[in-house]
Design a binder for this molecule. Sequence first.
Ligand code: PLP
Length: 386
Amino acid sequence: MKYYRPMLLTPGPTPVPEEILHATQSPMVGHRSSDFETIAEEAFRALKPIFGAQNDVMILTSSGTSSLEASMLNIANPDDNIVIIVSGAFGNRFKQIAETYYENVHIFEVEWGKAVNVPEFIDFLKSLNTDITAVYSQYCETSTAVLHPVHELGHALKAYDESIYFIVDGVSCIGAVDVDLQRDQIDVLISGSQKAIMLPPGLAFVAYNNRAKERFSQVTTPRFYLDLNKYLKSLEANSTPFTPNVSLFRGVNAYAKLVEEEGLDQVIARHYAIRDALRKSLNSLGLDLLVQDEFASPTVTAFVPKSKEELNFIKNELKNRFAITIAGGQGHLKGEILRIGHMGQISPFDILQVVSALEILLTEFRKESYIGTAITQYMEVVKAYV
Ligand SMILES: *Cc1c(COP(=O)(O)O)cnc(C)c1O
């Protein structure tokens, strides 16, 4: 059987809605023209509710990782002590960036698949017995599908030491979670375009509070393209310091319109409903979930097939026979888990396709019928949502 509509269910890049594709294909305008200023002004402002930010959101023409790097180079001075919570591949990325530029980097390791234990983390900070400038954490650690308790973490951190900057990597969940810089005590919240924000890859976003903005201007660490002061200065003139990806800026505005039409609360509720339905259905297929319910991300779900053979069969046959692409594990979880991305333009019924395909594949592979098993569980959850 041949399928003409491939499904991309990786945790980034994600499917791009027609409206966004269309917007990105409009004729080019000069980036130093009033045409672009109109586009940029709208884009900087449109992202504020998505990030729960009071200030306009900065937009960089570069992939998500650039915002991880920018959030260090503009917050920490060369001699500062910084702490990184490493719970997976993207925590490792923060660590690698930090070790490129800084000497005093402290790592708090979290078992992959688990969320950070906040009291234990605060004890760790105390044990360092030194002034900490900033703490870095993922919001969703995409490689394990964990959603860290960022709100709790922010509050505990500020209660411990108000002066610490709290930097959160929300690349794989902003656009699908309820976040608010002030409420959650986050100083800098970064993201990228190709995940829950459902744009093509190529933009990075930086949301910040006034305290962080002030800090950017005081930090002496060398940086050029990633000097956020340049972006802030340009932003005030509805512009960017370097040539922006004009097409993707238009995409941002088309994205914001889609969110406005659906309602941000509804967008978030849809992601959580899909998460809950998918988890229940995977369980009913005898597939273990990597992450416990409390910390399961609404944007990506990791599961553990019964054997390596079963894992490879699922991944390959989904692709070959159903044109469905899902992701494997990263780091030491490679070959151990599979991940289904369900963020951006995804309806509960889109994910029903992968659930029903899994029923067919496991029925074949295990020689035991699962037909109707998982989709029944799935629809029970979706019924309450629609
Ligand atoms: C994808 C991702 C990144 C990296 O983004 P790039 O666009 O690939 O540079 C960083 N952090 C998290 C949590 C991610 O999921």
